[in-house]
Design a protein around this ligand. Structure first.
Ligand SMILES: *[C@@H]1O[C@H](CO)[C@@H](O)[C@H](O)[C@H]1NC(C)=O
Ligand SMILES: [Fe+2]
Length: 436
């Protein structure tokens, strides 16, 4: 009697208040255009909650600054024949600005008592800086191990070379993927580029990259320009070929500085040819990088320029991107180019136009994040090409790049041994060929 009376009181209280459910979910962060001064937090709430805010500060006991959203919370919807229609919960992007470089901050989102912390990007002359790099992660138990291992690396930021959730048009799987990564992504800036699994072509609307553009807030050149497919419409949700669609700016391609590095994020699945928005932007971007300020230049994109496995050979957009952009990487002495797509690990020697060349970039395939499709199927040839320094198709894992000073960086590939246990399987000191 007493118990049921109490219960009905509680129910009445919550119903009569008519409150929105503003519990923040799937919290993740990335630097704003200048990550040493501003960080953007992205999270979802069940209801619109347009008064959502973030308290932050350097002292966990007095997070006395408040940030609110400049844009209204939004949802996105997509319909496919296979999964029907999906509408997301409300997505919020809130920027914490006016930060000091290289400083630890604490923050708390309205609707929750949970405290998170992060460190803003350091000034350009700061060493060391350290990044973990992963591709083709997915959300299996292997993926979870990789995320846990990256969380233990104490890195400045995580760089993801495409193929994140493998939701493959079942958008509830984006929600579960963000749940999986939240414990890291709410504290370590997580920067992404789109892979074919982010295309998520709708066979109803022909739209592409809808979830990817809506769910991430990367540093931005300008608002996304998205042109759905107009010809040769594919039925696949994750086509490996692009069939005439375009996706420029927004989360498609962009760059940012983090300490002594400029990181250039590119999209294999939009036009890469000379005269395209992406190509022309890349030329001007590489042209204006001040190597005294950021001696290191790192590129990320999904489709590898160098790949000696039997998977994903001869794909149109991979060939075009390599033909069009490799000469730029060589000319401007990009230090390392990371890709995924092939579910394997491979590191090249410095290479230009398929020949080992001390002035060339090192290319890394780091596509063994752990997704449900498993490992690459085999090698193109048993004997590795002359440019191939190390390769693996048996173990999931991630890469780490630690920039030690203006001329040296330590690159490692860490393989998963067991959940919570990983070890270095490949390690090399990279010299900055810009100064050779
Ligand atoms: C940079 O780091 C490398 C590797 O630790 C070291 O050999 C070199 O002397 C350092 N250079 C400078 C200028 O400190
Ligand atoms: Fe892929």
């Amino acid at each position: 009697m007493k118990l049921s009376f109490g219960l009905s009181l509680v129910l009445a209280a919550s119903a009569s208040a008519g409150q929105e459910d503003c519990t923040p979910k799937q919290v993740h962060i990335a630097g704003s255009n200048d990550a040493s001064q501003a960080m953007t937090v992205t999270f979802l709430t069940r209801d619109k909650c347009d008064q959502a805010s973030i308290s932050f500060g350097m002292d966990i006991d007095s997070m006395d600054r408040v940030a609110t959203s400049t844009d209204a919370p939004y949802t996105y919807s997509q319909e496919t024949t296979k999964y029907g229609s999906y509408t997301s919960d409300y997505i919020h992007n809130i920027e914490m600005s006016g930060l000091s470089a290289g400083s630890r901050y604490y923050y708390s989102i309205s609707g929750s008592d949970v405290h998170h912390s992060f460190t803003s990007a350091p000034t350009s002359a700061t060493y060391p800086v350290k990044f973990s790099v992963v591709g083709d992660l997915g959300q299996t138990s292997d993926s979870a191990s990789t995320v846990k291992h990256m969380s233990e690396e104490n890195v400045d930021a995580i760089l993801h070379a495409g193929d994140m959730s493998y939701s493959d048009c079942d958008h509830t799987r984006w929600d579960s993927w963000f749940d999986m990564v939240e414990f890291v992504a709410s504290e370590t800036p997580w920067y992404v580029v789109g892979g074919n699994h982010e295309i998520e072509h709708s066979d109803v609307s022909n739209e592409i990259f809808v979830a990817y553009e809506a769910r991430f807030a990367m540093p931005k050149i300008k608002d996304a320009v998205m042109e759905p497919t107009t010809s040769g419409v594919a039925t696949s949700c994750t086509p490996s070929e692009m069939y005439g669609a375009h996706y420029d700016y927004g989360n498609s391609f962009y760059s940012f500085e983090w300490g002594p590095a400029t990181i250039v994020m590119l999209n294999s699945y939009t036009d890469t040819a000379e005269g395209s928005p992406q190509y022309d932007w890349l030329v001007s971007e590489l042209e204006q990088i001040d190597r005294k300020k950021t001696p290191w230049v790192i590129a990320l994109y999904h489709c590898p320029s160098y790949n000696s496995f039997s998977d994903h050979q001869g794909e149109k957009q991979q060939i075009e991107m390599k033909e069009n952009m490799e000469p730029l990487f060589a000319k401007y002495r990009v230090n390392v180019a990371f890709s995924g797509h092939v579910h394997a690990y491979e590191r090249t020697f410095p290479v230009v136009d398929n020949e080992v060349n001390e002035f060339g970039p090192v290319y890394v395939v780091t596509g063994e994040g752990g997704n449900r499709e498993g490992h690459a199927s085999g090698y193109l040839n048993d004997t590795p090409p002359s440019w191939s320094a190390f390769r693996d198709l048996e173990t999931f894992g991630h890469s780490t790049l630690e920039i030690v000073n203006s001329t040296h960086a330590l690159f490692t590939w860490k393989k998963n041994v067991a959940p919570g246990l990983f070890e270095t399987a490949d390690a090399v000191t990279l010299k900055n060929q810009f100064f050779e």
